[in-house]
Design a protein around this ligand. Structure first.
Ligand code: GAR
Length: 224
């Protein structure tokens, strides 16, 4: 007797990049496992010179460049071109991975609950650029990274997962960035896994993860 096992439907993911693409590479590596609930269907860059494009191609992932400069100031025209590429590939989920363009509310609302971003800070602290420099200047003792759903406001939206790392006295922006980046590469695949498994729900602006184990809650006082 032969049994036909139908392949599980893996969510089809587009990763949007603008540069190096190390988070993209982490997602591609995670999705290389056939048991991962999502497959990387394509990588889209708004910059023809993005270094990540070569890595994606070497990994056998389809790439596509939509140069935002070709659209001048017309953001929606750029987004319509992007939307057409995503629709042509039957994309379920969009992952922004160092994609340095803001979207209009039109594009964001189309992808509501299906588009996530990674940011190199513990949001809502340090939105925007130069997060590591600003974290050091502020003297914070903990810094880190956040994966969140995308909403029209920059670096905002329900938080899916965060990684915190201690800031060392001798840290420079570069050393801090390197440790944060390593944490980013851990939490982004985790967040995509949860989203693709349908385990995330946003309730009153807070993202809940079905079946997530609680981390240790007990705090010990210095005297105990
Ligand atoms: C990452 O640190 C990512 O968190 C950040 O850009 C870098 C891209 O690196 N994104 C943002 O600042 C978005 N607000 P990568 O291209 O090597 O993934």
């Amino acid at each position: 007797m032969s049994v036909v096992i139908k392949p599980m439907h893996r969510k089809r993911v587009a990763i949007l990049i603008s540069g190096r693409g190390s988070n993209m590479a982490a997602l591609i590596a995670a999705a290389a496992d056939p048991a991962f609930p999502a497959e990387i269907a394509c990588v889209v860059s708004n910059r023809p010179d993005a270094a990540g494009l070569a890595h994606a191609q070497a990994a056998g992932i389809e790439t596509c460049v939509i140069d935002h400069k070709a659209f001048g100031r017309d953001r929606e025209a750029f987004e319509r071109a992007l939307a057409a590429e995503l629709a042509a590939r039957d994309i379920d989920i969009v992952c922004l991975a160092g994609f340095m363009r803001l979207f209009t509310p039109w594009f964001v609302s189309h992808w509501e609950g299906r588009m996530i971003n990674i940011h190199p800070a513990l949001l809502p602290a340090f939105k925007g650029l130069d997060t590591h420099e600003r974290a050091l200047a502020a003297g914070v003792k903990l810094h880190g990274a956040t994966v969140h759903f995308v909403v029209p406001e920059m670096d905002s939206g329900p938080i899916i997962v965060q990684a915190a790392i201690p800031v060392h006295d001798e840290d420079t922006p570069a050393t801090l960035a390197a440790r944060v980046l390593a944490a980013e590469h851990c939490i982004y695949p985790q967040a995509l896994r949860w989203l693709a498994e349908g385990r995330l729900a946003v309730v009153d602006g807070r993202c809940k993860i079905a079946g997530a184990k609680r981390s240790a809650e007990k705090l010990t006082s210095p005297s105990s």
